[in-house]
Design a protein around this ligand. Structure first.
Ligand SMILES: *Cc1c(COP(=O)(O)O)cnc(C)c1O
Length: 366
């Protein structure tokens, strides 16, 4: 139709080349499937907690804007996650939004965002859209460790405004050596973001090192802990950083229902700590079983997922056969050369994990 062509011509004229060249984030339809693809917590809230939560929501006035500062929620976050009193705290609608705020803030002409790869895909996606030069530095094969020499050389050559280190790394699941991160903090001329999205499953943090490194920014999210549907991420850094990033935060970015629900969640944090402990124990059990499967290589993980590679079958074949059996995992084939024929499985409930393990064993047996 002529009007459609006209709209397309107009969009091509108006929209920036980096956006025209990009692709919208694709989320596969998971209806009716066991969902082991997105690092969600498999456990629902206990029934009694659901009732109390709904009671807590009853008094909320949705005709009013949210608390723009989310003051009550911030106080609860500070207490729950032992955020140092002198540190600044910034909230995002998921930590994806925080990555975007940082990228927009740092996007001077020629500025670079540097990250090891393979790592979290949004670092590059957001750098491209924000107009930052993306610099990827390969991790070491076969264990996905940081290549300290290559990282320091790239930092020296590219002078990145932002360095992103997912710790543990997604999709490889490993914790980079602390000494390597320290060396990067010392060498980087800009900010170094330690993205602790999987903190609940790794139990290690750079939060206590904020005083030692004025260029350190620690990022967390509640998504992997059991609140993916609420969208809340946060950043902790020196107040001088947060003061600047606040200028890019859209007013009311954290909705009233999210503020109230996360607050309620933090009041019952023990439930979620117990769930994280169960997920960690399941991770060890699943890893042991995966390692024992002939025809599969699995990498150890400090997160709530495991990277694996079938040695004799293609990732697409295994992914497709699992789908036929009602199990959705993630194929990483094509995302990066180091991830050729790789699959990523999220740790689910014991029943879900057993279903995955027996299906995998059958598929690999052929
Ligand atoms: C999942 C993930 C995020 C994003 O989480 P949000 O749901 O946007 O808070 C950030 N970093 C890493 C490394 C992740 O795996």
């Amino acid at each position: 139709m002529a009007s459609q062509r006209r709209a397309e011509d107009l969009a091509r004229k108006v929209i920036r080349q980096s956006v025209l060249d990009g692709r919208a984030y694709h989320v596969p339809d998971a209806a009716g499937l066991v969902k082991l693809d997105a690092m969600e917590n498999p456990y629902p809230w206990p029934e009694t907690l659901r009732g109390a939560w709904l009671d807590a929501l009853r008094g909320i006035s949705l005709n009013r804007y949210p608390d723009a500062e989310a003051a009550e929620l911030k106080a609860k976050l500070r207490a729950a996650f032992s955020i140092p009193a002198g540190a600044g705290l910034l909230l995002g609608n998921g930590s994806d939004e925080i990555i975007q705020m940082l990228a927009l803030a740092a996007a001077r002409p020629g500025a670079a965002l540097l990250a090891p790869e393979p790592s979290f895909s949004m670092y590059k996606v957001i750098a491209d859209v924000a107009g930052l030069r993306y610099v990827g530095v390969p991790l070491r094969a076969p264990d996905f460790a940081l290549d300290r020499g290559a990282m320091l050389a790239a930092i020296e050559a590219e002078k990145p405004a932002l360095v992103f280190l997912a710790w543990p790394n997604n999709p490889s699941g490993n914790l980079f050596a602390e000494a390597d991160i320290e060396a990067i903090l010392e060498a980087a001329p800009g900010a170094v973001v330690v993205d602790e999205a999987y903190h609940a499953f790794a139990g290690r943090s750079f939060l206590a090192r904020l005083d030692a490194h004025p260029n350190l920014i620690v990022m967390r999210t509640l998504s992997k802990l059991g609140m993916a549907g609420l969208r809340l991420g946060f950043l902790v850094a020196a107040p001088e950083w947060v003061k600047q990033f606040e200028k890019l935060r859209l007013p009311y970015n954290i909705g009233t229902l999210t503020q109230a629900s996360v607050g309620f969640f933090l009041d019952h944090g023990k439930v979620f700590d117990e769930q994280a402990a169960r997920i960690r124990a399941e991770r060890e059990r699943v890893f042991g079983r995966l390692q024992a499967l002939p025809g599969l290589r699995a990498w150890p993980s400090a997160a709530n997922f495991i990277l694996a590679r079938p040695t004799d079958l293609s990732a697409a074949m295994v992914h497709g056969e699992l789908l036929k059996r009602g199990l959705l995992i993630k194929s990483l084939h094509g995302a990066h050369p180091m991830l050729a024929e790789c699959l990523r499985v999220t740790i689910g409930s014991p029943e879900e994990n057993d279903a995955l393990l027996s299906a995998l064993a059958a598929i690999l047996r052929g």
